[in-house]
Design a protein around this ligand. Structure first.
Ligand SMILES: Nc1ncnc2c1ncn2[C@@H]1O[C@H](COP(=O)(O)OP(=O)(O)OP(=O)(O)O)[C@@H](O)[C@H]1O
Length: 267
């Protein structure tokens, strides 16, 4: 087993009086793709924010490999439509990068021809690729994506995940992503983790895909619309663990907070 890039042991996060995460133990090893699923408010974004260092855990330990570089692709980033901002200039925020570095990142993200375009004129898929390019600027060991295909149609999402796989191969980086599109990310994921304040269950995607509950709900192809992911948990540690996932995620996240995370990746 390779040395983990990042290791969480019994991590707890309190936000005010609320327990957002408790007893989360998780290792991420080089090159693996891990997908996190869970219902609204189950702590997925909190976990990602904790991993990138934007939130300090109130309990447990986080161990990171020395000089670990993390690239972060936020769920959404709001850009004022009246603000003229080319893709090239965007990639130099907050830290200036050379034309060569920007061009390579755009190419690696499948957005090689977008440098001169206005950010506000990009399609959803193009925009996410530019965010991916930004995350690749520091040649990350881990790429973290928070519902990065939000708002993309199914072919657009599938294309984006194919790009992620290509990036993984090229960079050899680990990928940790939150996604409700289990049917699309399934093939690419080495491991699926179900979160509901704590890790309810996890396993290889085939294990999840072959579960009768999964097949009944999703079918075995990739074209069915994903409406519900339901599973039963064998343990009764936490009643809230037995849940239904509607995955009709509320997208009311504060964009500024995502931007704050994006800045975290450049310490
Ligand atoms: N800034 C905050 N202030 C107060 N409570 C918060 C804050 N951020 C998160 N929480 C709470 O922590 C819990 C976990 O939230 P989090 O956003 O991590 O869940 P999530 O699984 O990412 O949700 P979603 O699927 O809706 O994006 C929720 O109960 C949420 O209300």
């Amino acid at each position: 087993m390779p040395q983990p890039l990042i290791s969480l042991k019994d991590v707890c996060v309190h936000i005010g009086a609320k327990v957002a995460l408790h007893d989360v133990t998780l290792d991420l090893v080089p090159g693996e793709i891990v997908t996190i699923v869970g219902p609204n408010g189950s702590g997925k974004s909190t976990l990602l924010r904790t991993l990138v260092g934007a939130i300090k855990p109130t309990g447990g330990t986080i161990t990171k490999a020395p000089n670990l570089r993390i690239g972060y692709v936020p769920q959404k980033l709001h850009i004022d439509p009246t603000l003229p901002l080319t893709v090239r200039r965007f990639l130099s925020l907050p830290r200036r990068v050379t034309d060569a570095v920007a061009a390579k990142a755009l190419t690696d993200a499948g957005a090689g021809d977008l440098a001169k375009r206005q950010m506000t004129a990009l399609s959803g898929g193009q925009f996410q690729r530019v965010l991916l390019a930004r995350a690749l600027l520091n040649n990350p060991h881990i790429l973290i994506l928070d519902e990065a295909t939000q708002g993309l149609d199914q072919p657009g999402s599938a294309d984006f995940y194919a790009q992620i796989e290509q990036v993984r191969q090229q960079f050899g980086c680990a990928v940790l992503m939150v996604s409700h599109e289990l049917h699309v990310v399934m093939a690419a994921s080495d491991r699926v983790i179900c979160l509901n304040g704590h890790i309810c269950c996890e396993g290889a995607p085939e294990t999840v895909a072959s579960a009768p509950e999964y097949r009944a709900l999703f079918g075995s192809g990739t074209h069915g619309a994903l409406a519900l992911y339901r599973h039963q948990h064998s343990h009764t540690h936490d009643e809230s663990c037995a849940h239904e996932h509607t995955h009709d995620h509320d997208q009311s996240h504060d964009d500024a907070s995502h931007d704050a995370i994006a800045h975290e990746e450049h310490p």
